[in-house]
Design a protein. Structure first.
Length: 440
């Protein structure tokens, strides 16, 4: 048995551990799952929890949520680490769970980083999940479709937990400052702006946010009256980041994203990476940047390089799954790729012109020949009359008119000669030429 130090009780728990919520009322974030009437909250309230997998980035409350479920269901809670546990430990725990089941007690086994278990270790859970000896709750930062055995995955519901928003983190930090388990009752001087700065730095990770708060208060300036003042300089020293004159809600926020976008559009990878670093190091949400990069892939590149959108979406997924600081390199790869890709704004031009016509002619009816006719009445009214099914024709082309009569001949998509779009343009010209020749 491990011996306890005589001084163990003098070492305070980390702030994140002291503030761990014991009930859903204290839990912050994941409103899409735990909001009123949402699926997971209904399962917990009705005590109908089954085996499940929590998939999400670090510090979003996976372990905390599992403990809350155990408390609510009055089940025995076993915290299992995939890093340190082997087959023998799994079997020992399962044996105890079987005994508990016969005694009328439910057992929730929580496995952190379940994706680290190999196939044999995952298979060891299967019979006990199937017969109801345990309710398995696994936590993973990796896509369970690729990291978990299909047999085990099929017996679990997967819930996707999202990175906490900046507003969630700010709420959490304020709670830590007022709660007696945190710094309630102590005179801590920290401005609203500096609370937001810590929240931005955390990148959606509650544990990181609370650890940073604890660090800056520990290193804060002690005043003669016993109060502690936390300045921006202290935060910058503790986080190794500066605010860089950046206000996420102010003009500089829009100036910097504009600088990034225009650098990419101007095919300047060095400038694009610089502005990207400016934003990330100032605490900008990487998901916001990833969304904008995805927009650039279609607005400024489009069919000139169809791979651009795939690179952008892959970077977005990486940001969502692993967060900062790791995802900085994925975003760098994406903005460099976008900068070097051939440029075309044909997609944006096409949509904007079509949008203008659509808004002016909202009442324009759909031509009869391209309407569906699922009922006899609709067929009698000539719905679908004259429709030509392209796959029935040798060249997979027809002279079917698909625009409203008032817009016949209108052109929205005008391909450029850049990159792969040149080939799309040549194909489009072949199609139009065939239709002109066969119009009779």
């Amino acid at each position: 048995m491990e011996q306890m130090s005589l001084f163990a009780n003098t070492v305070p728990e980390p702030l994140a551990a002291r503030l761990r919520p014991a009930d859903l009322d204290e839990y912050i974030g994941q409103e899409h799952l735990l909001g009123k009437g949402k699926v997971l909250s209904r399962l917990i309230e009705s005590d109908a929890v089954s085996s499940m997998i929590f998939w999400g980035p670090p510090g979003v409350g996976k372990t905390t949520l599992a403990r809350i479920i155990a408390n609510r269901t009055r089940a025995r809670f076993i915290d299992f680490s995939a890093v340190t546990s082997g087959i023998k430990e799994i079997r020992d725990v399962m044996k105890q769970a079987d005994e508990n089941r016969f005694a009328g007690q439910r057992t929730i086994v929580f496995v952190d980083e379940i994706h680290r278990f190999n196939k044999a270790q995952q298979d060891a859970f299967l019979p006990f999940v199937e017969k109801g000896s345990i309710t398995l709750i696994g936590a993973t930062t990796e896509n369970p479709s690729f990291e978990l055995n299909s047999a085990l995955l099929s017996r679990c519901r997967v819930f996707v937990l999202q990175a906490l928003t900046t507003e969630d983190i700010v709420k959490l930090l304020k709670h830590a400052l007022s709660d007696p388990r945190g710094y309630g009752g102590q005179n801590i001087g920290i401005s609203e702006e500096n609370i937001e700065l810590i929240a931005h730095f955390a990148g959606g990770d509650a544990r990181s946010a609370l650890s940073t708060l604890e660090m800056v208060i520990t290193n804060g300036d002690m005043q003669p009256d016993g109060s502690i003042n936390v300045s921006t300089q202290i935060i910058e020293q503790c986080t190794s980041r500066k605010s860089l004159l950046y206000d996420k809600n102010g003009e500089e926020h829009y100036n910097l994203i504009s600088a990034l976008h225009k650098s990419v559009r101007n095919s300047d990878p060095d400038a694009a990476v610089y502005w990207l670093a400016r934003m990330l190091e100032a605490g900008e949400d990487p998901i916001y940047i990833a969304r904008r990069v995805t927009r650039m892939a279609s607005e400024d590149i489009g069919l000139a390089d169809p791979n651009a959108i795939q690179i952008a979406v892959a970077a977005f997924d990486a940001c969502r799954l692993i967060g900062m600081p790791e995802c900085s390199v994925h975003l760098t790869e994406a903005v460099v790729y976008m900068s070097l890709a051939p440029k075309s704004n044909a997609m944006e031009v096409a949509y904007n012109e079509a949008k203008a016509d659509a808004l002016e002619q909202l009442a324009e009816p759909v031509p009869l020949q391209i309407r569906n006719a699922p009922t006899k009445l609709m067929a009698d009214l000539d719905y679908g009359k004259g429709y030509m099914y392209a796959h029935d024709y040798e060249e997979k082309l027809t002279t079917l008119k698909c625009l409203p009569e008032s817009l016949e001949g209108r052109t929205y998509y005008r391909p450029t000669a850049q990159g792969a779009e040149k080939r799309f343009g040549e194909r489009l010209e072949e199609i139009k030429k065939w239709k002109r020749e066969h119009a009779e």
